[in-house]
Write a protein that binds this ligand. Sequence first.
Ligand code: SOE
Length: 380
Amino acid sequence: MSKPLNVGLIGYGFMARAHSNAYRTVNNFFDVPYRPVLRTVCGLVDAEAKAFAERWGYQSHTTDWKKVVEDKDVNLVDICVPNNLHAQIAIAAAEAGKAILCEKPLALNATQGQEMVAAVEKAGVPNLISFNYRRVPALTLAKQLIDEGRLGRIFHYRANFLQDWTISSEVPQGGMSTWRLDVKAAGSGVVGDLLAHCIDTALWHNGPITAVCGMTETFIKQRKHAETGKVEPVGIDDACTFFCRFGNGSLGNFESTRYARGHKALYTLEINGEKASIRWDLHDLHRLEWFDHRDESKLRGWRSIHITDVGEHPYMSHWWVPGLQIGYAETFVHQIADYLEAMDKGQPCSPTFREGLATQKVCDAVLQSAREGRWVEIPD
Ligand code: SOE
């Protein structure tokens, strides 16, 4: 019998839906030791928080996040609000002894992230940052293949995350749906929002990044602010490209933009090793492309592996039958399943806040490098 785990969700946007769906689904597919109970949801506008609670089955709603953190019956605080609120909520939740799930990126910057790490580690509470792409079965398989040494020495790690939704100068900054364009709420633009995903996966797959050299651009310099109605300077990076060196001697090449016309959410990565290469694409997330130089030369070429083998492929034994694929929503189900298992065993669940801080340090270094026009080293 699974034990109840009362969830207090803060936020009711897109990520709050992804997490709520995972809480409601996880016990149907995974035999995990806990059963999430949707206790309360918190959001800015009372009527919207109420509507969210009714739709998703939360027992109550509030507009005051402190009530969620102080609620003695809440076991897990889930933070799905703009980045500038992560630190204060997470620190208060840690002090109240709650387990925490925090949306990415960890914080506005590494200084703030460090305070969050200190708070959860002092309190000894379970903590997880939601870099959901780690739980795409194809990318989990990629990690296994790398760890088994099947690629041999790694030479290159390449990743892109491309979108096109901010090309119009009419898109405002700030407010509930466009806070990602407001530097005060987001901390940065594509670096924290999109490259943070690529960096997290890269650190996991390929180990620490030691130095970066980046450039950023803000193509639209002023936008109307959705809250003040005034035209204000834009403080975020619209696009960023950076090179890096990894501790294992390989070279990295990363690009992200919200100005790649035609691309809505195209996260791709490629890893080139001495013996084999891997390629993956979010639009075909259930496939992993694999090239193995050891194959017989007359048959050698890129294979496209359909990641639906219920016997061998990560997470797939929990879903359907061979050949039937899963998608984006299920990555959040995997995330919560792993978290509940780890919590029960008293073990950390990756990526912890400390691992989120490592990504944050790379993000900060990329932004610093772009500002100063030079390579920036990343301390251990
Ligand atoms: C931005 O559009 C966004 O929703 C990110 O915030 C998510 O983290 C990414 O997975 C998809 O794009």
